[in-house]
Write a protein that binds this ligand. Sequence first.
Ligand SMILES: NC(=O)c1ccc[n+]([C@@H]2O[C@H](COP(=O)([O-])OP(=O)(O)OC[C@H]3O[C@@H](n4cnc5c(N)ncnc54)[C@H](OP(=O)(O)O)[C@@H]3O)[C@@H](O)[C@H]2O)c1
Length: 292
Amino acid sequence: MKNPASSLNNKSKFLILGCGFSGSFFAKTIRKLGCTALTSSRSENEDPNSFAFNSENGKIPNKKVFDGITHVLSCIPPDKNGNDPVLGSLKKQLKNLSPEWVGYLSTTGVYGNTKGDWVSEIDQPNPYQNRSHKRLNCEKEWLESGLPVQIFRLPGIYGPGRSTFEAIRTKKIRVISKKNQVFSRIHVADITNAIIYLLQNKNSLEFHRIINIADDEPCSQIEVIQYCYDLLGLKMPKPILFEDAKKELSPMAQSFWIENRRVSNKLLCKTLGYKLIYKNYKLGLKNCYLNS
Ligand SMILES: NC(=O)c1ccc[n+]([C@@H]2O[C@H](COP(=O)([O-])OP(=O)(O)OC[C@H]3O[C@@H](n4cnc5c(N)ncnc54)[C@H](OP(=O)(O)O)[C@@H]3O)[C@@H](O)[C@H]2O)c1
């Protein structure tokens, strides 16, 4: 990674709303670069850099939390009505800050089902699932907020501590095959590093309001599962056809198999020049294997 001194420095202070899997990885990495990061969680905890924020019970951070914030990253999903929890509760505070930059983690679910075709940022969103309609509404709220927002559309996120290995170890794995079905993915380190790359090069790169962050190789779930079993030196159970497995899947699990798309990263990786750390699931899962 390049020396961040030019655009991110020890005066950069990040407010990370929603410190779950991606938010905590981002916070950890940005601190290593000398920046300050305050993070939210729905419950109080001992961490001096963490504060409580819960849009559902009106738990709002106190004024001091916003002091000197230069950058904001929201990793919080839509609320049950399809509105953005951050904008619903904190829009005024964020606007008063006049931050240099605001990032919003969204999903590639807004593209809907392309029957395996590639989708890019210039394609019109065509959400199918109810949750994706809610997400598109949140994107719209952010775009219309008047804040300098950049939206990152993400496919399935994985990384150390959250990958197929955990599903195998906890015996929650379902080895399902569905002909011609592919999924796109992204390693959590590439979400963080792509965003940092864009911030470090903000002055020289064209600003895009919507950017996909996905790896180079969408592929079937079976290939990923087989690779994990191989790394573990175990025999993969015989795959069950989706049609047979369907009745035992929860509506949420079924919904993931309804859509089939390949998410293009050309804007990020060709036009803007970001180099993926983990170009494909094999490289990313090897990292998970070594770090879980
Ligand atoms: N997981 C995926 O594969 C995937 C794929 C594409 C896009 N995304 C989206 O990308 C974003 C980051 O994903 P992730 O998997 O890193 O998220 P995550 O681990 O589920 O973390 C979500 C965070 O949001 C906080 N949160 C949820 N509802 C809230 C509310 N009403 N008020 C305040 N805080 C709230 C949670 O608080 P607590 O820490 O208290 O739980 C948590 O810190 C999310 O919007 C997610 O929907 C996820």
